[in-house]
Every structure is written in structure tokens, then in C-alpha cells.
Design a protein around this ligand. Sequence first.
Ligand SMILES: Cc1cc2nc3c(=O)[nH]c(=O)nc-3n(C[C@H](O)[C@H](O)[C@H](O)COP(=O)(O)OP(=O)(O)OC[C@H]3O[C@@H](n4cnc5c(N)ncnc54)[C@H](O)[C@@H]3O)c2cc1C
Length: 427
Amino acid sequence: MNYDVIVVGAGPAGSVAAKLCADKGLKTLLLEMGREPGEKNCSGTTIPLFNLYEDFPWINDPEMPITRNVYSNTHYWVFPDGERWFKTEAVGGVVTPPRAVNVYRDLWDPWLASKAMDAGAELRKSTTVWDVIKEGDAVCGVVTHTGEKIRSGVVIAADGLNSMVSIKAGLRDKRRVDEYGVCVKYDFESTPEHIEVAFNMADGQVANESWYGGTWSSGRTGYCWLFPNYDSISVGLFTLLSDLKENPFVLMQRFLEHPLVKTKLKGAKPRYYSVRNLNSCKNGVDKTCADGIMAVGDAAGFTCVVEGCGIPAALWSGKFAAETAIDAIASGDVSYSGLKAYETKWKNSFIARDMAGSKKTSDWLYKTVGAEGIGLFIQHAIEGWMLKHGWSEGGHDDACRSLMEDFIQSQLPRYLKLYGSLYEEGV
Ligand SMILES: Cc1cc2nc3c(=O)[nH]c(=O)nc-3n(C[C@H](O)[C@H](O)[C@H](O)COP(=O)(O)OP(=O)(O)OC[C@H]3O[C@@H](n4cnc5c(N)ncnc54)[C@H](O)[C@@H]3O)c2cc1C
């Protein structure tokens, strides 16, 4: 045996799993296909905090490369003509301490991987895993792009949404077209002074912005976002691949031409763009563990179906897999029966509630309020869940049900009326 644990993929799920395994003295190898961790990720992103610092105290490090603390969320609802819009702010307004941090993945992912290396994990970059080694049905190592065979007690598949490792191990099939979202992301250089005014909530505390509707959505699913960093602005567009009727760059261009967006980006200079796929596992989560292997983060399909947020689930599933690997190796049983505690852990956590809640919400919304009501609901549901129940405590499912009841009884008629009247009369 070369290693106790091989972790494939140095994204948030993989680096957390590798760090926690190495912390307990396991001989741990972290394999990353990028020249650096984060190189293959779409940068300029937001990480909801919730109880991150309590559950991962080592992440609460002044050295963490944060580009902005974020104190609130603002939502813009733009009518299909693109001219008329209204704005809603988070239920509860500005919160202190911040509710999220914005980061560049090409800085944050290497920092997180360095925590795994500090703990004793070995990181091999520019190494792509092409296959798994099996004995019977049990996974007992990986094969890299050079044909090198590396054996281990446990393999953790943290290789993102296309997860070659999960597919080769037989945990799941390739994703279907209707399970993919597509994102276009631009990065604009700006100044701290402009950003603090353009995204101001109070006393220089800035808010992330989500933009729904508008000419760029073509009346379909998806949204745009503006995330303020220290001296730059991340601009993104997300839609379901199956809903994409136009070139996403054309849709993005329309968003950039909206008069209010132009004021937010006044004087800002585009620096680079990227395009990525996103999980939209609306058909549910796959098998996440078998003899010798566990899948974590996007590899397991843990992305919120409604908003595409996946970093919290990646971090916590990485933690659950590491805890399970540590116990399984100590007990000498790395078969499914030794690893199935991982399934129990994520199924008892916010991950399962979030996946089920967001899937039910999305199914219900399409049936009940249709496309135009969705944006209004999302703001209430998401903000309500987060602010009333936190991410990992009360549970999305119950929170979702009570918010839905509240929404159906009191809010929905009011908002549909508001929406209708605004649309008819203009603003
Ligand atoms: C444009 C965009 C914006 C997003 N914004 C947000 C956001 O604001 N907040 C949020 O919470 N979520 C966001 N998400 C989702 C989030 O990025 C993912 O849910 C999260 O990165 C999942 O983490 P992970 O560690 O499971 O996988 P990843 O971050 O995808 O990491 C997988 C790693 O594995 C490596 N890898 C892949 N295949 C192999 C292989 N065969 N061999 C070796 N290495 C391999 C990759 O290079 C990568 O480093 C966004 C996604 C996109 C595309």
C-alpha cells in the first residue's frame, strides 16, 4: 500500500478532506490536475459563512485571501423589457459580523491546499487521474495520466462535477445535459472607493447583488450576479444548459449594457473572462460511497439546485469523508460497511436537507408560480432560510415548508399582484 488515503482534486472538498486525514497522521496524497489548485476553477466567488469558522476554526486565519467581507445581499428584479426594475434587500438587512466572504479561487484554493500540506499531506500538481484500480468490486487506488498506479486504503473522489473517479468507480454515470448549468464570468478592475459607493449598504459595508429577469434571461431560469472584491468586481451569468437558447456571451453583453449595471461598472476595465459548467443535480444525488471509495462535493452532486451554491457542501462533505476514513482505517474495514457512516453523516446534515429542500422548491415553483414568480420566491425562501435557520442547524426542509406556507398564504398573492401591477403600469 502506497498511501492510507488518496484524495483526487484539490478544490475545497479535497483540500479539507486531505488536511483532516493528515491531521490524524494518515499518509495522505492529494492529486490535482491543475498546475496549481484553483487554476481550473472559475474564480471570483462568494462563500456563505454561517458556522464555517466554528466548524473549521483553522479556516478562520488572518492569512485567508479574502477579497471582501460581505454584509448583505441585494436583489434586482428586472422586467422582460429590461427597462423597468425594482430592488429588494435581504430580510433583516445588514448583519454584523459579515454573512459571506468573497474570494478569488486561484488564490483561495492554493491557500486551502497549503493547509493540507502543512498538516503533512503530499500534494502532486499537474497530475490527472484517469482511472481507479479495483480488486473485485473494491477500489484500492488510482491510475494517473502517465499510467502510474498508486494504491491506497481509501480513495476520496473530490474531482468536481464531471468526476471521472466516481464514474470509473461505478458510483454514477456521466451527467445528462439537463443536469448542467453554464456560467460565464467576467472580472473587472475597479477602485475600492468606487466599489464602496456602488455596492454600499451602510458605513462602507458592501452587499453582493443578484439580478433576475431582464433581457439577458430570455424569460428562462438563471440569473446574473455582481460580487464586489477589494479593487475588482466579479460579474457572472448562470443559466441551465437545457434552457440556453442564445450564446451566453450575447446574454452577458445585454446584462452589461443595462443602464444601472453600467453605473455599477463605471470606470471599470475588463481583465479576463472564463466559462464553466455547474452542477444542477435536479435528478437527485448519486451513490456516494462503495468499497474503498467516497465521493464528496460536486463529485457527489452536492450543489443547491436553486442557486448553484456548492462550496459549503464541498467543505462539510470533505470533513465527513475524512472523519469516516480515519475511523474505517483505524478499524481495518474500508469496505462499504466501514465507509457507510459517511452516507449517514451527510444525510443527517444540512447537505441532504439543502438538496431535498432546493429540489422540492424548484419542482414546486415551476408547477405553482411559473417562471415569473420564481425570482420573487427565491429571495424570500433563500434569505428566509439563511437568516431564520442558519445553514447547518434548523434544517432547510422544515424551514422551507414553513416559508412556503407563509409565502402561499400571505406573500404570493401580494407579490403576484405587485408584479402584475408593476408590469402593467410600469415604474
Ligand atoms: C462560475 C461559477 C460560480 C460559482 N459560484 C459559487 C459561489 O459563489 N458560491 C458557492 O458556494 N459555489 C459557487 N459555485 C459552485 C462551486 O464552485 C462548487 O460547488 C465547488 O467548487 C465544489 O467544490 P469541489 O471541491 O467539490 O470541486 P471543485 O472546486 O470543482 O474542485 C475539483 C478539483 O479537482 C480537480 N480535478 C478534476 N478532475 C480531476 C482529475 N481527473 N484528476 C485530478 N484532479 C482533478 C480540478 O482541477 C479541481 O481543482 C460556482 C460555480 C461556478 C462554475
